[in-house]
Design a protein around this ligand. Structure first.
Ligand code: TXA
Ligand code: MG
Length: 363
């Protein structure tokens, strides 16, 4: 059956399971042929799953926007497998970018460069810059190198849904819309790459490479929202910042971390206001213990993103599980999702950035 955009169910989706530890190149033939034929392919990266197509072909790039119903003014990241591809895409590689590439590539860092004439406008949506990253995931690298093409890829969710961290999430969103989904197991990072404009010394989107890691190379680098660059609603430095994103169907409430006792009181208060509804809790603080009459209640569903061997939130664990938790709670028909907020240090900056975007209320 075709949906409103004429795509739903119009495409036969083939899921190809590939072991990232031992890539069988014969299994990569179909995904590579899709990329070569200007079709879209969903594939795992070390952050989240991406929805890729030939970055040098406008026709292919348009299919990405159509497939995930992406707003037309939100530019794409181009993924490369070697530096020769970078030189095709950009006018120059400034020394400041070179230093970050040497330290963090391949890996979850996206850098902006002045684009070359080869990059179609459809990729950059009218910006003079192109965002590029070299992923470290072996399947992503193999797909790009065997295709011999740079691959433009946003996250492989339908726009407005949480980014997919497993092939099952992609299958839920894109079956019937995308000809090929590579299942390479769960993505390890869980939130997206860090987007940096090094000419301005700014992080445009916090991600898996942390502010603290970047400050080891450039001590002055700042996160956009903490800089003196004003209100995000004026003119965001990256179009992606103005979209709400990551929104599950349920209402999301984030409790900013202050102290455990206050957080516990807030959870109980929210529960008392909502216990006629299905209530979901994303639990991140191992030392926060709730009364049994609450945790045993049939309307109360708790997803643990904790490391039992640690007394503090395990930020890597929370990053890895946060989007999946939002999806699972939605799937279970929860009406209210409450998230125990974490510190904004290390991966916490990206986690809190994403969860605030999903949230209806922040307390
Ligand atoms: O980890 C990731 O980055 C994943 C995987 C698949 O690589 N990709 C991803 O893509 O998260 P997407 O499209 O969901 O987010 C790309 C972000 C958006 O916020 C977009 O506005 C910004 O990068 N961006 C892309 N090109 C840009 C440009 N030329 N100038 C400013 N921002 C740009
Ligand atoms: Mg995205």
């Amino acid at each position: 059956m075709k949906g409103a955009d004429g795509l739903e169910g119009a495409v036969e989706t083939r899921v190809v399971k590939v072991d990232p530890g031992r890539i069988d190149e014969a299994l990569m033939e179909f995904p590579v042929s899709c990329i070569r034929r200007s079709e879209v392919v969903a594939f795992p990266t070390e952050t989240v799953y991406g929805l890729g197509a030939n970055a040098l072909d406008t026709n292919a790039v348009k299919k990405i926007f159509l497939t995930k119903r992406r707003p037309q003014d939100n530019p794409l990241i181009v993924h490369i497998s070697d530096l020769a591809m970078l030189h095709l895409l950009v006018q120059e590689v400034p020394p400041k970018a070179q230093a970050l590439m040497s330290k963090f590539w391949p890996g979850p860092l996206t850098l902006l460069f002045a684009k070359s004439a080869l990059v179609p406008d459809s990729v950059v949506c009218g910006q003079p810059t192109v965002a590029v990253r070299m992923p470290s995931h072996p399947i992503a690298l193999k797909l790009i190198s065997l295709s011999q093409l740079p691959i433009a890829a946003p996250s492989a969710n339908l726009s407005g849904r949480p980014s997919p961290t497993t092939a099952q999430h992609v299958i839920a969103d894109l079956t019937g819309r995308c000809p090929c989904i590579i299942d390479g197991g769960p993505a390890q990072g869980g939130v997206e790459s860090t987007v940096v404009d090094i000419t301005k010394g700014l992080i445009l989107r916090p991600g898996i490479i942390t502010l603290e890691q970047l400050q080891e190379v450039y001590p002055d680098i700042q996160n956009y929202s903490k800089s003196s660059h004003g209100d995000l609603s004026d003119k965001p430095p990256t179009p992606g910042l103005k979209y709400r994103h990551y929104a599950p169907v349920a209402d999301v409430v984030v409790i900013e971390f202050n102290n455990l006792e206050k957080m516990k009181e807030s959870i109980i208060e929210l529960w008392n206001q909502n216990n006629d509804k299905k209530f979901g809790l994303i639990h991140t603080h191992p030392l926060l213990k709730l009364p049994q009459k609450l945790t045993n209640h049939p309307n109360f569903i708790k997803i643990d993103l904790v490391n039992p061997n640690s007394s503090d939130p395990d930020l890597k664990e929370v990053a890895k599980g946060i989007f999946g938790a939002l999806r699972d709670l939605d799937f279970l028909g929860v009406n209210v999702i409450v998230m125990e907020g974490v510190t904004e240090q290390q991966e916490g900056l990206a986690i809190m950035n994403r969860i605030r975007k999903a949230a209806k209320h922040i307390i």
